[in-house]
Design a protein around this ligand. Structure first.
Ligand SMILES: Nc1nc2c(c(=O)[nH]1)N[C@H]1C(S)=C(S)[C@@H](COP(=O)(O)OP(=O)(O)OC[C@H]3O[C@@H](n4cnc5c(=O)[nH]c(N)nc54)[C@H](O)[C@@H]3O)O[C@H]1N2
Ligand SMILES: Nc1nc2c(c(=O)[nH]1)N[C@H]1C(S)=C(S)[C@@H](COP(=O)(O)OP(=O)(O)OC[C@H]3O[C@@H](n4cnc5c(=O)[nH]c(N)nc54)[C@H](O)[C@@H]3O)O[C@H]1N2
Ligand SMILES: [Mo]
Length: 828
């Protein structure tokens, strides 16, 4: 693990990058295996606490659960933070949810005839309860049949999603470990979060950038004068992290608020952070930030207020970009007046921003929503170019940051060893085979509907071609694609193509409801695990202890794949003969080994586990002062970037060589497929589908927090006061939101905190169609993706464009049917 940073390994583990071959696999040889087995790990306390407090964790925090008479009665933050996080309270609701999948279930038509299972009945068919043993046998039999008929190219296990943050019970990795050893699978590349940015940034700055440590909080607090929160809502998104959230990001923004610094929020929505921080609100039309940035840059050029020295020493390609900016290449000067017409911000304001940014130490903190848009590659490329013209990249508190709003980027990195985690296996154990052979068919994950619907089709991707295979078997564990993917109705059509769909789920999510075989999975509170807090800070190692008995007939993902491995004769390879606690001890001991080299003292595993406390690490002063790109700035020859030129590329020869019309070789304003400024608009309002304040995507939708935000028992939609008045809509009304892709019902929230012409419906509401299983049926609960567009950002990144799209909105006058997606389906 020490060959790569912990963050890189976590990313690879979580987000499917193909780096596991570089990670030495500890403990797979027989000697160490025997040693672990003989070390008596079984003797640790695996007994459950009947009355008391127990430490565990989730994406939303390091948590402490109060247990009474063997039941969890409440949960709260186990750390000390200055800002509270409502998600901390959800544990009891999540364990005892009425939507739990209680037993293994098979769709009736599938059980009757798996060879011809009537996929069109997914979502409307009856469910039949089967024994766990029969379910495992059925999955194994049908997986073998698919391997025989279609080969590994017929099996999809990309399985994207925000499964538990535990390092052992990592549903997606367990699935892929099993599938890799069983016969291979088609996987995916990229993620939904940063689909565009993570592909273009390596061309621009030589790293994926979006998951890199940021210039430290204290560097910002001590040096920055102007903070620009550009398309981000950190007070919401910092409630979660990829590992366990240590809450330091919210603490930082609290300090920023108290600092009295000039904070600007550029967002079509006056979002929670803008209000909380008392920031100045600047509201562009959605998807027009590149035009706004060009207007600012043109002003800087014209007023001669830009850093020529920085451009000369640290960048390449400014000349080509400059000729575009001035309109020499296309006859259109990208001046403030031009930009104003596109983005809707007065030209004077644009000009004043240019001066403000250049004459102050400025940090541009960008979120990711605006790159989840058509031509989303351009947004961060333009932002980096703007930061280059300002010239403060690599200076304390200056430059840009693409992760201040996510997983506590900027929280200084502690001197901490890295806890191990379950991986895909190594070449010897057969796990690498899929990677060497199957990965040729991996596709960018947001192309899933396209891939399922068009086997044999070839698409362009990042300078290469990819040909889709004929997928006939899908296994999903730890994600909710029916809710997370764009254009639900097209997705359901695509989802009907494969013969078999297996889902491991805790709850009857919309995805589980549209599967053939559903296995009941434990919450992370019903098993033991281990993780660290802080994706960037490495602040704690945390025992994620089992709080209560496994509910109903639920089983761990680990057990499911162990049992499937037995059916394939690969159990020893898959499990290495290890129990849950043996794995945890092994992961911990990997950290213990590194601790010596780092001069860090750690207790042995037994003491750590018994202590029932997060183990905290010290932060060295270098981390407190960390400045991203400081070394590059100090000496760009000795410390070049990973780009072809070693410099920041404002023009990319490589991208030029791909000849993609939708991704030109320098930052460029391109009209999105649907936006407010277009001619012949297909609908009236721009839809923004932000991440929700009181959920993690679709997670926690089935908790009592829902009553704090639901309006008329539906997902709230924000609509501007004037727009609402024009439509005769009041707060509390049920509205129908629709376009040519579909329609949903939502609860109106009328407000001045959103730009006119824009509406906001957060992603993650559970899809609940009026007519079950029917394509095109109206969603009664307001799932945003029924309305979004399923097109790629461009052939470069093929990211999703969830924040691009137009909708109509009207007061609903039909007959209202109850939302019923929060009850288990009939017979289950
Ligand atoms: N319109 C629109 N759509 C979007 C976005 C947007 O901005 N707008 N954002 C996109 C982004 S950035 C993302 S990351 C995706 C998120 O998409 P997902 O990650 O798919 O969303 P979650 O709701 O977190 O789904 C995780 C699922 O895993 C299940 N789960 C949790 N723990 C376990 C476990 O231990 N085992 C098993 N088997 N299951 C478990 C949960 O019950 C839940 O159903 O959504 C994307 N979709
Ligand atoms: N509470 C909570 N926290 C989360 C998550 C969650 O679901 N809930 N999800 C986690 C995940 S997986 C991710 S990827 C991150 C997501 O982090 P982000 O991608 O940054 O979050 P979004 O809400 O999609 O977008 C942030 C802001 O961008 C604005 N925006 C949208 N379109 C535009 C535009 O065209 N221009 C400008 N200037 N602004 C625009 C939105 O109004 C919103 O306020 O959050 C993480 N944290
Ligand atoms: Mo994400």
């Amino acid at each position: 693990m020490n060959m790569l940073s912990r963050r890189q390994v976590l990313q690879a583990m979580g987000k499917g990058l193909a780096i596991f071959a570089l990670v030495p696999f500890v403990g797979c040889d027989n000697e160490s295996k025997k040693a672990v087995i003989e070390s008596g790990v079984k003797s640790f306390s695996e007994n459950l606490v009947f009355d008391g407090e127990v430490i565990t964790g989730a994406h939303w925090g390091v948590l402490k659960a109060k247990i009474k008479d063997g039941k969890v009665v409440s949960s709260s933050n186990a750390l000390k933070n200055s800002v509270s996080n409502p998600l901390h309270s959800t544990i009891p609701d999540l364990i005892y949810a009425p939507t739990r999948v209680k037993y293994p279930m098979v769709r009736k038509s599938y059980l009757e005839n798996p060879a011809n299972p009537k996929p069109e009945l997914r979502g409307s068919d009856e469910w039949v309860k089967v024994s766990y043993e029969d379910a495992i046998k059925l999955i194994a039999k049908e997986l073998k049949a698919t391997y025989k008929q279609k080969g590994k190219e017929g099996v999809f296990a990309g399985s994207y999603g925000w499964k538990s943050s535990g390092n052992l019970h990592n549903a997606r990795i367990l699935l892929q470990r099993f599938m890799g050893m069983a016969g291979g699978y088609v996987g995916v590349s990229g993620d939904y979060s940063t689909g565009a940015s993570q592909v273009i940034m390596p061309y621009v700055v030589g790293s994926i950038e979006v998951y890199e440590q940021q210039t430290s909080f204290s560097s910002v607090l001590n040096n920055t004068q102007v903070i620009v929160i550009w398309g981000a809502d950190p007070m919401i998104t910092l409630r979660n992290a990829w590992t366990l959230n240590e809450g330091t990001g919210l603490d930082f923004f609290e300090q920023l608020k108290k600092s009295g610094k000039h904070i600007i929020s550029i967002d079509p929505v006056r979002n929670m952070s803008c209000d909380y921080l008392g920031a100045e609100w600047i509201a562009p039309l959605p998807n027009t930030d590149v035009a706004l940035m060009l207007g600012i840059m043109h002003t800087m050029l014209k007023t001669n207020q830009y850093d020529k020295g920085f451009l000369e020493d640290y960048t390449t390609g400014f000349e080509q970009f400059k000729s575009y900016l001035l309109g020499e290449s296309d006859g259109i000067a990208k001046d403030a007046t031009w930009a104003s017409k596109i983005c809707g911000i007065p030209a004077q304001k644009i000009e004043s921003l240019a001066k403000l940014f250049f004459t102050n130490r400025t940090m541009l903190m960008s979120g990711w929503g605006m790159q989840r848009a058509h031509h989303g590659e351009q947004t961060h490329w333009a932002l980096v170019t703007l930061a280059c013209m300002i010239g403060q990249i690599g200076l304390p508190g200056g430059g840009f940051g693409l992760s201040y709003h996510y997983s506590n980027g900027g929280s200084p990195t502690a001197t901490a060893p890295v806890v191990g985690g379950i991986n895909l296996g190594n070449a010897e154990s057969g796990g690498a085979e899929w990677l060497m052979q199957g990965s040729a068919h991996n596709f960018p994950l947001a192309r899933i509907s396209d891939a399922l619907l068009n086997p044999g089709k070839t698409i362009q991707h990042n300078g290469k071609n990819i040909t889709y295979t004929d997928i006939d078997f899908i296994y999903w564990a730890g994600g909710n694609p029916l809710v997370h993917h764009q254009d639900t109705n097209t997705f359901i059509k695509a989802w009907r193509k494969p013969r078999t769909i297996v889902v491991n789920e805790i709850y009857w999510t919309p995805t589980a409801r549209l599967a053939d075989i559903v296995l009941p999975i434990t919450t992370s509170y019903e098993r033991n695990d281990i993780s660290m807090s802080g994706d960037y800070s490495n602040l704690h190692i945390v025992p994620m202890k089992q709080l209560v008995e496994k509910q109903f007939e639920s089983v761990d993902d680990y057990k499911v794949f162990c049992d499937l491995a037995k059916e394939f004769g690969i159990y020893d390879k898959f499990s290495e003969g290890k129990s849950e606690m043996q794995w945890l001890k092994e992961f911990y001991d990997q950290a213990l080994k590194q601790a010596q080299g780092l001069m860090v003292t750690m207790p042995d595993f037994e003491s750590f586990w018994e202590a029932n406390e997060p183990l905290k690490f010290e932060i060295p002063s270098e981390s407190e002062e960390f400045v991203r790109y400081a070394e590059f700035r100090e000496d760009p020859i000795l410390n070049p970037l990973g780009t072809d030129s070693g410099l920041i590329e404002i023009y990319s020869q490589k991208i030029a060589s791909y000849n993609y019309a939708d991704c030109p070789p320098h930052p460029t304003w391109l009209e999105p497929i649907e936006w407010l400024g277009m001619e012949n608009k297909p609908a009236e309002f721009a839809l923004i589908t932000s991440h929700p304040a009181l959920r993690l995507h679709s997670q926690c939708a089935n908790t009592s927090l829902r009553k704090d935000y639901a309006i008329a028992d539906k997902e709230p939609i924000w609509i501007n006061t004037k727009d609402a008045a024009n439509k005769g809509i009041k707060t509390g009304d049920v509205v129908k939101v629709s376009n040519k892709r579909g329609s949903v019902l939502a609860g109106a929230f009328v407000t001045d905190a959103i730009k006119q012409g824009v509406v906001r419906l957060c992603e993650g509401a559970w899809y609940d169609p009026e007519v079950k299983g029917q394509i095109g049926s109206t969603c009664k609960n307001g799932s945003a993706n029924v309305l979004t567009i399923d097109l790629p950002t461009s052939p470069l990144a093929n990211g999703n464009i969830a924040h691009t799209g137009l909708v109509n909105i009207e007061k609903f006058s039909g007959e209202l049917k109850d939302v019923c997606v929060f009850e288990a389906p009939q017979g289950a």
